[in-house]
Design a protein around this ligand. Structure first.
Ligand code: 9MR
Length: 574
């Protein structure tokens, strides 16, 4: 469909936390303040005030006023805000819905597991499905995947398991790696600053519940094992290296259930970025599982050491940027950040001098990787900085303080910018363009603001995190909750092969808790190009299943969202 006109008033469609700042936005060309009224579910006015005009916001392409009703703290459902004749969508003031996002956002990963049956007892009948890519026809199977023809190797690897990347069935080390890292970082951050009971065994609806291990770790391990399996065999021509990715030899169409994918799948060539990415995550896993499963920890650390030294002692291998048939290229031309991240993880785990000097000699040392753009699969130095902040280590105290300073300075820059925006979201790139996966970057920048709160306890940061969440849950100029199943008007048609209800009613829509990629002013798919010419950056969005550059879901955006949702659940107090 055509993008619909958004109504004037935009709110966090899910819930405002009673003890945090509460703001909404209203489109208006008025240069003077407007009167607003907050009403309860019975329609009675419970608070009134005046809007603050923020003028024309170029990111939204319209003039916006901000409504601030932070002082009202009474929990309840069905509140609305009125400005003149315009009335907002209803919303809650409360904590339950916000807290439920923790489990829903993490459920995304089980839904997208490869190589295992997705069982109705965990996801409900609608979302249950047979195991994908285990070699049962018409699948060719991920249990014995050969090197792509003419790429210099002739072995096959069992790379079953892991998570599908996104709407497609590819599995890519650089993206799966940052996603597994982020779930493990949520665990480590919660150990340092919060309470791990939230992720105890039994906290998620997954088959590993009851095994005595945190379900957050069980879910992450499904991917870590896959990452380890992508390392080339000892003694082979690629020994020590890690394959960049594995995926179909041609793009399949939508819908396509994983177990019905008939295409041949191959290992793409090895790369330095993938090798270091696996080294980083495996080193982190060795630390996290050291006491929980020492055998697994030792296996992971050994793989990490081998991968790191292989990358360090050989010329850089960059994945082909044009290798995009049947899967994304995920090509990354700069690997100094992956070197820094891997060295930081290996140092935090082992304390060894060699890794320490590599960390300290890196151009990324002391927080230069944390920027207002944010971090993603191609830009990973910030992950090293976050680990060095969250995990005790022996770096000089002044240097650790410098990294913390970059985190708080970056969070301050976000808050300063958000205070000028019509629809505040922590993200700034170049000339204000919004890129593919802008919601993932925004969620990750929310993570930085949350860490600034962990380090300082300053409530301005806590408010900033909830304001970030509010943008994702509906306070944006297109009036969508970008999280499936949450809010009055959530996205329904995310680009995904087995949640393809818009195309094939026999398949379900996405379950609750999946984050859409969000606005992308690059208009990089045919639907976006046709429907959105000239859009303002935050308005370059349509809820269309074929709009893969706007409305796809992926493991890396959901890992950012799950981290944020875990934090906001922990901090949601009345
Ligand atoms: O998230 C990726 C984004 O940063 C890139 O700009 C884009 C184009 O290369 O690719 C995105 O990743 C997609 C991947 O290539 C294939 N699986 C789906 C991913 C999300 O759209």
């Amino acid at each position: 469909g055509t993008p619909e006109e958004a109504p004037p008033i935009k709110v966090n469609q899910v819930a405002y936390v009673p003890s945090a700042a509460k703001r909404a936005s209203v489109t208006s060309d008025s240069t003077t303040p407007l009167a607003w009224t907050l009403r309860n579910a019975a329609g009675q006015p419970v608070a009134t005030g005046q809007t603050t005009p923020r003028g024309n916001d170029p990111l939204a392409g319209e003039s916006v006023h901000v409504i601030d009703f932070s002082d009202f703290e009474t929990p309840g459902a069905g509140y609305t805000i009125a400005v003149g004749d315009d009335v907002s969508k209803p919303f809650d003031i409360g904590v339950e819905e916000i807290q439920s996002l923790r489990e829903a956002s993490l459920a995304y990963f089980y839904h997208n597991r490869s190589g295992i049956e997705i069982e109705a007892q965990y996801v409900g009948a609608e979302h249950a499905r047979p195991a994908g890519h285990i070699g049962v026809a018409p699948n060719q199977g991920d249990t014995s995947v050969p090197c792509r023809p003419n790429t210099g190797c002739s072995y096959s690897l069992d790379v079953s398991g892991g998570w599908y990347d996104a709407g497609d069935h590819g599995k890519y080390v650089v993206n799966g790696g940052i996603s597994a890292w982020q779930l493990l970082d949520l665990y480590e951050r919660t150990a340092a600053f919060g309470d791990l009971d939230a992720y105890a065994d039994g906290s998620l609806a997954i088959p590993e519940q009851g095994n005595g291990v945190s379900d957050l770790l069980d879910e992450a391990r499904w991917e870590v094992e896959f990452l380890l399996s992508m390392q080339a065999p000892a003694g082979s021509v690629n020994a020590g290296w890690v394959h960049h990715k594995m995926h179909d030899d041609a793009w399949t169409g939508l819908p396509m259930m994983p177990h019905l994918d008939p295409r041949a799948r191959y290992l793409a060539p090895v790369s330095t970025a993938a090798t270091l990415n696996m080294a980083a995550v495996a080193a982190q896993a060795a630390r996290v599982w050291a006491d929980i499963d020492p055998e697994f920890a030792a296996r992971a650390l050994s793989a990490a050491r081998t991968a790191y030294s292989t990358a360090k002692n050989n010329p850089v291998k960059i994945a082909d940027p044009n290798d995009g048939t049947g899967g994304g290229s995920y090509s990354d031309g700069t690997v100094t950040d992956e070197f820094y991240w891997a060295a930081a993880e290996l140092y935090a785990t082992t304390g060894e001098a060699g890794y320490r000097s590599d960390v300290m000699a890196s151009p990324h040392y002391k927080g230069a990787g944390i920027t207002t753009r944010g971090f993603d699969w191609g830009s990973t130095a910030a992950l090293g900085d976050i680990t060095l902040t969250v995990v005790d280590n022996g770096l000089p105290a002044a240097d650790l303080a410098a990294i913390e300073g970059v985190i708080t300075d970056t969070a301050d820059a976000h808050l300063a910018q958000m205070a000028t925006m019509g629809y505040p979201a922590p993200y700034r790139e170049g000339n204000g363009e919004y890129v593919w996966g802008s919601n993932g970057l925004i969620a990750n920048n929310g993570v930085v603001i949350a860490l600034a709160h962990d380090l300082t306890g300053d409530d301005r940061y806590r408010d900033g995190v909830y304001e970030t969440l509010g943008y994702l849950l509906g306070r944006n100029p297109v009036d969508y909750s970008y999280v499936t199943g949450y809010g009055e008007r959530p996205v329904r048609n995310v680009h995904h092969r087995h949640w393809a209800n818009q195309l094939d009613p026999s398949t379900p829509i996405a379950p609750p808790g999946a984050l859409s990629g969000g606005p992308n002013s690059g208009l990089q798919d045919p639907i976006a190009a046709r429907l959105l010419p000239g859009c303002a950056p935050q308005k370059c969005f349509v809820d269309h299943i074929e709009a893969y550059s706007l409305n796809e879901v992926t493991v890396n955006w959901n890992s950012a969202f799950a981290w944020l949702a875990g934090w906001t659940a922990e901090k949601a107090v009345v």
